[in-house]
Design a protein around this ligand. Structure first.
Ligand SMILES: Nc1nc2c(ncn2[C@@H]2O[C@H](COP(=O)(O)OP(=O)(O)OP(=O)(O)O)[C@@H](O)[C@H]2O)c(=O)[nH]1
Ligand SMILES: [Mg+2]
Length: 285
């Protein structure tokens, strides 16, 4: 994939906003996408938040491969991180996150009490890549829909504090990507789950990446979904032809409408219509 162009100004602003708010923040909730935990981690975050307490939240766990998510959690816990797997859409994430927050902030609470300071709500900053589910996570924690969500990157435009059920305030943030990716796979992983705006992506390459990944790691999934024998097909274009035939994605004149095939396939891939998928293994990273 050729170098994708972000909007460096926009991302720099988001970073500046995070840094400006940090002094009043007690803890950071770093949302990762459970399907690509490492690719969705901002490599600059440690440098930005320094030693603020942090919880890693593997969100959209309902779309990821369950046994892979367990391995990721083991890995992060062995590195000393507090870590929670979360389904912010239909799950109930509050208890887990609240308990871990209390645990990490116990020292701070005691210190403030010993200085005679009054009990106060803790302030958590929720950060992560675009479309990872930050706003949905906040709504889940709050027990009602307080901030706007949507299944395209770039929904949240500004920072807002939201009060949750207990004594916690959560700061919603616009999604942040970093200026440069270490390798092409990170870029493809971010693209394939939908964290980069589609209109700046080579969607054909992203779809081919997805097709090849499924063939290698989840053989049989496309067969089930589209009712064909894809294991016998080596060429991803041939596979797109077959999906197009099966789903009637045709131009007038009968040629395959690849744009429609790609849209349909990426929709299925991103929304677990091809089953729960994890695109990177804890062992490999
Ligand atoms: N299946 C599933 N979908 C989720 C989950 N969390 C969020 N979503 C969906 O993912 C999409 C993005 O959610 P948002 O909360 O708007 O994401 P965001 O990180 O705030 O995105 P930006 O504001 O654009 O940075 C929405 O369609 C949500 O309904 C989850 O745990 N599981
Ligand atoms: Mg948002």
């Amino acid at each position: 994939m050729k170098q994708i162009q972000w909007f460096p100004g926009h991302m720099a602003k988001a970073r500046r906003q995070i840094e400006e708010k940090l002094p009043i923040i007690d803890i950071v909730f770093e949302l990762l996408d459970a399907r690509i935990p490492e690719s969705s981690r901002n490599p600059l975050l440690g440098e930005i938040i320094k030693n603020k307490p942090r919880i890693l939240i593997l969100n959209k766990a309902d779309l990821a491969d369950e046994k892979e998510t367990k391995k990721w959690i083991d890995k992060y816990e062995s590195q000393g991180f507090e870590c929670v797997s979360s389904n912010s859409l239909t799950g109930n994430v509050y208890q887990d996150v609240y308990k871990k927050t209390q645990f990490l902030l116990k020292g701070l609470k005691e210190k403030e009490a010993s200085k005679g300071m009054q009990d106060r709500p803790f302030r958590a900053m929720v950060i992560g890549i675009p479309n990872v589910g930050k706003s949905q996570f906040i709504n889940n924690m709050a027990g009602k829909n307080k901030v706007k969500t949507g299944n395209i990157p770039g929904i949240t435009k500004s920072q807002t504090f939201i009060k949750t059920k207990g004594d916690l305030l959560l700061l919603d943030n616009p999604g942040v990507l970093w200026p440069k990716f270490d390798d092409e796979r990170t870029a493809f992983n971010l693209a394939v789950i939908g964290s980069i705006k589609d209109d700046i992506l080579p969607l054909d390459e992203v779809a081919i990446y997805g097709i090849n990944f499924l063939k290698r790691h989840y053989p049989g999934r496309m067969d089930e979904r589209y009712g064909s024998q894809f294991s016998e097909m080596e060429n991803p274009i041939r596979i797109m032809d077959e999906i197009g035939e099966r789903r009637g994605c045709k131009l007038s004149g009968g040629l395959i409408d690849y744009d429609r095939v790609i849209t349909l396939f990426l929709y299925d891939l991103r929304n677990s219509k091809l089953g729960r998928i994890t695109f990177e293994n804890a062992e490999d990273v």
